[in-house]
Design a protein around this ligand. Structure first.
Ligand code: PMT
Length: 397
């Protein structure tokens, strides 16, 4: 029987705190669930627990040093090969090093080098946990997409008690399972678009919009994590999620060409990109000069890429659109869903606080033909991506 974490490679970082002994139990549980666990200990952790204990329970011997004869660049290899990096316990020093890019040992190097999702489980005395420096670092890491498992209240070293105790092993392991998610997209090909198209006016100017690509990248990352072969057609300059192929485009015409060449092969297409509705009829070859007076820029409509995909949708393909609205959210999105022959539309009211363009968060309503709507409250764009793919997984099944 396949175990829930079979085939998943997890780097388990252990830093130097009294809670380091709990990493042994966490390691054992991850291995029991089928994960391949590669332990990395800091010099501090080495003082709290024996390497032999962790090596005996993990899938590979403990690594502690950047200077290994077996592998000349262990940090990049460990980071690149990982499906997830877990740090339990994470001390204030390791959190600070990670937040500020200070690669002082193997573990902080791995954290900076990896593109895999990272889960950190802070553990320290209450006074340290509450210090603004630690809280600022935690907030910074959260903003960057790092998953933080908050410490619990309870007994601490030296007979003290308060907030700062490492979360219980089952809480940590559940967080890992949640982040890694199910492998329900194994063998599926998923195309995602992200970012705002840029339509040239002249050699230096464009008509653009405010899309950052965050929502589309979150969908691509989540689909890849769940086993899909993902191609992301993007205008955005963002870190590439692990295992995702990116095709860089700029204009709606380039986005359409990239989609057209791959659409027929895809099991799922998610159009999260903000495609321009209008573009200049022509692009001036050089830079339009100011002294030539105010230019008249004639616009023409761009082709509706999504409607084109909907018109030629192969049997079994799931086509997902987004609707960016500022009023009449459900009515407008429903009409787009019907007009473009979509299986699902994700409607966001981009005039609401924290919603839509550029934010790390979004609030959406999922609409499907002849089905009750599902609203998802304001949450991280990765949660929206997860909820979206849960619906798509049901449709594919
Ligand atoms: O990138 P972020 O900063 O994270 O912001 C996320 C987002 C707000 C861009 C995203 O959540 C979103 O709403 N994307 C769709 C934006 C949009 O163009 O919506 P629309 O209602 O104008 O278009 C409806 C659908 O048709 C969209 O899927 C769009 O990709 C598609 N479309 C639109 C015009 C066009 N010419 N061709 C298209 O395919």
């Amino acid at each position: 029987m396949t175990r829930p974490l079979s085939g998943r490679r997890i780097v388990l970082g252990v830093s130097g705190g009294i809670a380091a002994y709990k990493s042994v139990e966490i390691c054992r549980r991850l291995v029991d669930l089928g994960a391949h666990v590669v332990p990395v200990m800091t010099a501090g952790a080495d003082k709290f627990i024996g390497r032999t204990t962790l090596s005996a329970l993990a899938s590979e011997p403990v690594q502690t040093s950047l200077w290994s004869e077996a592998s000349p660049i262990p940090h990049t290899k460990l980071g690149q090969n990982a499906d997830l990096v877990l740090v339990a316990p994470a001390t204030a020093r390791v959190l600070a090093g990670y937040a500020h890019g200070l690669s002082t040992d193997l573990l902080t190097n791995v954290l900076i080098a990896t593109r895999a999702p990272v889960v950190v489980c802070p553990a320290m005395h209450t006074e340290m946990w509450e210090h603004p420096a630690v809280q600022d670092n935690i907030a910074l890491l959260r903003r960057r997409g790092v998953h933080v498992v908050d410490p619990e209240e309870g007994r601490l070293a030296g007979g003290d008690s308060g907030k700062g105790r490492l979360a219980a092993p089952d809480v940590v392991v559940q967080a890992v399972q949640r982040v890694l998610g199910p492998r329900d997209f194994d063998g599926r090909r998923v195309l995602v678009t992200a970012g705002g198209t840029r339509e040239p006016i002249d050699a230096v100017r464009v008509i653009a919009n405010r899309s950052s690509g965050k929502q589309g990248y979150a969908v691509a990352e989540e689909a890849a994590r769940r086993g899909a072969t993902v191609t992301l057609i993007s205008t955005a300059d963002r870190p590439v999620p692990a295992g995702v192929e990116v095709i860089d485009v700029e204009t709606s015409a380039q986005m359409q060409a990239a989609l057209d060449s791959r659409a027929s092969e895809a099991d799922v297409i998610v159009m999260a990109a903000a495609v321009a509705d209008f573009r200049p009829v022509s692009c001036a070859s050089g830079k339009i000069k100011k002294d030539a007076g105010i230019p008249e820029i004639r616009l023409e409509p761009t082709p509706d890429i999504l409607a084109g995909l909907g018109a030629h949708k192969p049997a079994g393909q799931i086509l997902v659109g987004f609707a960016a609205e500022t009023s009449d959210l459900v009515e407008n999105a429903t009409s787009k869903m019907r007009r473009k022959n979509l299986d699902l539309i994700v409607a966001n009211d981009v005039s609401a606080p924290g919603v839509g363009f550029q934010h790390d968060t979004n609030a959406v309503t999922f609409l499907r033909p002849d089905q009750p709507l599902e609203s998802h409250p304001l949450s991280d764009k990765r949660d929206i991506a997860r909820a979206l793919l849960d619906i798509v997984a049901r449709l594919l099944a």
